[in-house]
Design a protein around this ligand. Structure first.
Ligand code: NAD
Length: 474
């Protein structure tokens, strides 16, 4: 069995206390994970402070070189990384490989941004110069979840170290190996000790210890809105900027002029990716009533081809959900929707096999008072409802406190414009269900979060603006 250690100040550390890591497809214990106590966290803070002193003075081109080298190593180690994702998270191997590529793209994009952190010179009177600099904010405390064990940590590490910050990352205890592989790649690429530190343990203990520390200058979190609000509260109390990438409940609007077969097919493929455990997963489908039946038929036909199983089996298209607690949560949402009068289309229960499997599920004509229409399912559940107009669809889409991703299908420029203007979301995609790539800014509005990861905006959270006024005697 693998023993997963902490990475602090360039050293791999064992601890007396450990916790087991499970494969959600089989229930087997696959690793034993070291748990940080106060002493390890104290060391991580000192290491990050020391790492920051070195790294902020490392030329941006050298930072970029190390990031690109680490990314190249991860690409070389693709199979090893992908297998570890599948074993701990459950997703099919081909999705795990795509995740590794995506993580590398984050590093490669942010390496490019590292050398373009331009400031500006403000026109001024003779004898005085105003210069605006973007400097690294300082050591960052970051928290990454289990749904993308490599690409979620990668996004935070990439932004922080490209900007010249050091980082202490707590990745998910359910899927610890992804961040370990990243740390190994950076160690082998020559990243100075202390710039990247990894800890695991009791999440609330770690966040409550790290965020208030004076050495920590910024916080970044991806996870549920409830935890995000809690951590934002701690950060606010200590006047630390907080990047929050939180839950969504993404609407898909199928306009009257759209191709219902294409929309249904693409929606079903995207819905069941990573067993629906994606913050941008399409979840609430608002289909024009004239296309409703055709959309549902195409959606069901595509979903029927999904083979549920162990992600290591090459035939598998959808793996287990990450944890037994997710199976229970999903079943509660389905039972509640059916009790409210939703029409079952397919699925609706845990799959009949060992492991945390929940069948691909769709319900239609789901009453709006059902919990699944208000709470993010974060699993393989689709709710498909007919709407009479685009206005109704947009109103329904905006009716929740979430605003991460939203999607629309239309060939009409006028409808596309109404979707772009009317939908309250940080990321709107039309005729595609891709919400975020390395070169575009990603993040939410309302309860879906604060700040942006990726794109030219991706380094903003990890920098501070310093204005210099320089007077010279003429
Ligand atoms: P959860 O809210 O308990 O945990 C979500 C993540 O936050 C985990 O990685 C966990 O380790 C971390 N976390 C929890 N409490 C923390 C604390 N006090 N300090 C620091 N980190 C903490 O929920 P869960 O059961 O693991 O997942 C369920 C919900 O989480 C889903 O319904 C979904 O809304 C949300 N989620 C969102 C994303 C995303 O990509 N936005 C990813 C994973 C989970």
């Amino acid at each position: 069995m693998q023993s997963v250690r902490l990475f602090i100040g360039g050293e791999w550390r064992k601890t007396a206390e450990t916790m087991p890591v499970h494969n959600p497809a089989t229930g087997e214990v696959v690793a034993s994970l070291a748990i940080a106590g106060r002493a390890e966290l104290e060391d991580a803070v000192s290491a990050a402070a020391e790492g920051y002193r070195k790294w902020r003075n490392t030329p941006p081109a050298e930072r970029a070189r190390i990031m690109l080298k680490a990314s190249a190593l991860m690409r070389e180690r693709m199979e090893q990384l992908a297998r570890s994702i599948t074993i701990e998270n459950g997703k099919p191997l081909h999705e795990a490989r795509l995740e590794v590529i995506r993580a590398c793209e984050f590093f490669e994009w942010d390496a490019g941004e590292a050398v373009r952190l331009y400031g500006r010179v403000i026109p001024s009177a003779p004898g005085i110069r105003y210069i605006v600099l973007h400097e690294p904010v300082g050591p960052v405390a970051a928290f990454a979840p289990w749904n993308f064990p490599v690409s979620q940590p990668a996004r935070k590490i990439a932004g922080a170290i490209a900007a010249g910050c050091s980082i202490i990352l707590k990745s998910s205890e359910d899927t610890p190996s992804g961040a370990i592989h990243i740390a190994r790649a950076f160690e082998d690429a020559g990243l100075p000790a202390g710039v990247l530190n990894l800890v695991y343990g009791v999440p609330s203990m770690i966040s409550e210890y790290l965020i208030p520390r004076d050495e920590i200058r910024a916080v970044a979190f991806t996870g549920s809105t409830a935890v995000g609000k809690h951590l934002t509260g701690i950060a606010a109390k200590h006047m630390k900027p907080a990047l929050m990438e939180l839950g969504g409940h993404a609407p898909v609007i199928v306009c009257e002029d759209a191709d219902p077969e294409l929309a249904g097919r693409l929606s079903a493929i995207r819905k069941y990716r990573n067993a629906g455990q994606v913050c941008t997963s399409p979840t609430r489908f608002f289909v024009h009533e004239r296309l409703f039946k055709r959309f549902k038929a195409a959606f069901a036909e595509t979903a029927a081809k999904i083979r549920v199983g162990d992600g290591l089996d090459p035939e598998t298209n959808m793996g287990p959900v990450a944890h037994e607690r997710r199976v229970t949560a999903l079943q509660d949402l389905v039972d509640n929707a059916l009790a409210c009068g939703a029409r079952p289309e397919f699925g609706g229960a845990r799959a009949n096999r060992v492991g945390c499997f929940f069948a691909p599920t769709a319900m239609s004509e789901v009453p709006y008072e059902a919990r699944v229409m208000r709470e993010e399912p974060f699993g393989p559940i689709a709710a498909i409802n007919p709407v009479a107009s685009l206005d109704e669809a947009i109103e329904r889409a905006n009716s929740l406190p979430f605003g991460l991703a939203a999607y629309g299908f239309t060939h009409s420029a006028a409808n596309a414009d109404r979707l772009m203007n009317g939908l309250e979301a940080g990321n709107i995609s039309i005729n595609t269900l891709e919400a975020s790539v390395a070169e575009t800014p990603f993040g939410g509005v309302k309860d879906s979060g604060l700040g942006r990861e990726g794109g030219a905006e991706g380094l903003h959270h990890y920098t501070i603006v310093k204005n210099i006024s320089h007077k010279v005697a003429l």
